[in-house]
Design a protein around this ligand. Structure first.
Ligand SMILES: [Zn+2]
Length: 410
């Protein structure tokens, strides 16, 4: 099976000092010292970038082809000195809990001809189900993200900022002269890609692109890291919209792992510590409609990104891999005839089914803020389905019968 891919989120903690040289130097040396002494430049260097990888755009530095750092603005990292950290504040490279559903985007007049592409790009992120991320256009100048046209030089299609202090990256620069000749889907892709950076995603292909994982100072005080997101591959994902260096040729929609990454980082209902994703798959019922199946597992290696019969549908809910206080085992059964999986907190034999394993652990009642996971059954499809969302699809409301609450999870 496909091993690994990687979607990453940046987390950063650091403090640093800015030293000034008082030596008298010639002009070249002076420029070099000023550049190297600049604290933002020093910060980028500490992340692992060499001088040649840091492009000076005047008031900003550019790394990884499209990541911007303002020269005059250092993130406020004091948040990391707070303990305990809370989701409401988020981290410097993470959009805070309260902001996630209310991210506003303003189109600078220089980008007004690209309103359709921008709307499409916004929809891509908004259409991720079970995610709290929601972007809306605004005409207010107190927007979270401004999208503007900028001449970034040859070969650079767009650039954006990472989140700072729990706010999304505030600026996306699109190089219209570079993307004007691309297809609509690719122009939209460039904007969606930069939006991905503004909510904290690094390049999925950072390793293959030779980008540093991030810096960690010996005292552990500086930390800027490509963090692997559970459930996504670690060796790359060719279909990822967040691959860098693919302007005009890259994926034009979010890959299944991109979607998983968003759901994982910004779940609609944040899971509590210790809970893990339960991955959801579906089989379409070929060649017999009664082979329809919804399958749930905490082991991504069982079906990975899907198979010839099963489609990967992301995270169904969050539960536990071992028994924690208050939880009970959820047993997994497979139907002897047709492809159906049945999950229940009741142990013992189930007529017509074979016991397979304990699938995960969940709550038998609404404790610790757990939410009901509802069980549905379709006789014509011979399929059990489990969801937190009773309105998740027309298929569910038309073809399935509600059977009750199966268990409680996140
Ligand atoms: Zn990028």
């Amino acid at each position: 099976m496909k091993k690994l891919s990687l979607l990453t989120l940046l987390l950063c903690v650091l403090t640093f000092s800015c030293k000034k040289s008082d030596k008298i130097l010639n002009e070249d040396q002076q420029n070099k010292v000023e550049k190297e002494d600049h604290s933002v430049y020093q910060f980028i260097k500490k992340l692992g970038y060499s001088d040649s990888e840091i492009k000076d755009l005047g008031s900003e530095y550019l790394v990884d082809g499209d990541i911007l750092f303002a020269k005059n603005e250092l993130p406020n990292f004091s948040i990391f000195q707070q303990s305990p950290k809370t989701k409401q504040y988020g981290t410097s490279y993470y959009v805070g809990y309260n902001i996630q559903p209310n991210i506003t985007v303003r189109i600078d007049p220089s980008m007004s001809a690209y309103a359709s592409e921008i709307n499409g790009a916004i929809d891509m992120w908004n259409n991720v189900t079970n995610s709290r991320i929601n972007l809306t256009l605004t005409s207010s100048t107190s927007q979270d993200i401004l999208i503007t046209n900028s001449n970034l030089g040859s070969g650079i299609c767009g650039a954006g900022y990472f989140p700072v202090d729990g706010r999304p990256g505030g600026l996306i620069r699109i190089n219209i002269s570079q993307i004007a000749g691309n297809s609509f889907a690719q122009r939209q892709r460039t904007i969606a890609h930069e939006l991905g950076h503004t909510i904290g995603f690094r390049h999925t292909n950072w390793q293959a692109s030779g980008e540093p994982i991030g810096g960690q100072l010996p005292d552990n005080n500086a930390y800027f890291y490509a963090m692997h997101l559970l459930g996504t591959p670690t060796g790359g994902d060719a279909n990822s919209l967040m691959n860098g260096g693919e302007c005009g040729i890259g994926a034009t929609s979010l890959s299944s792992y991109d979607i998983l990454a968003v759901q994982f980082m910004y779940p609609m209902n944040p899971p509590i510590a210790g809970s893990i994703p339960v991955f959801r798959y579906s089989a379409g019922g070929y060649p017999d409609i009664r082979n329809t199946d919804h399958f749930f597992t905490i082991d991504i290696t069982e079906l990975g990104n899907g198979s010839s019969t099963y489609s990967f549908e992301g995270i169904g809910f969050f539960a536990f891999s071992s028994q924690v206080s208050g939880t009970v085992p959820v047993y997994r059964y497979r139907r002897n005839q047709y492809a159906d999986h049945y999950y229940t907190t009741q142990s013992g034999s189930v007529s017509g089914y074979t016991f397979e394993s304990i699938a995960f652990y969940a709550y038998p009642s609404a404790i610790n803020g757990a939410l009901p996971v509802y069980r549905y059954y379709s006789d014509s499809k011979a399929d059990h389905h489990y969801t937190k969302n009773t309105n998740e699809s027309q298929d569910l409301t038309t073809n399935y019968v509600y059977e009750g609450i199966a268990f409680y999870a996140y």
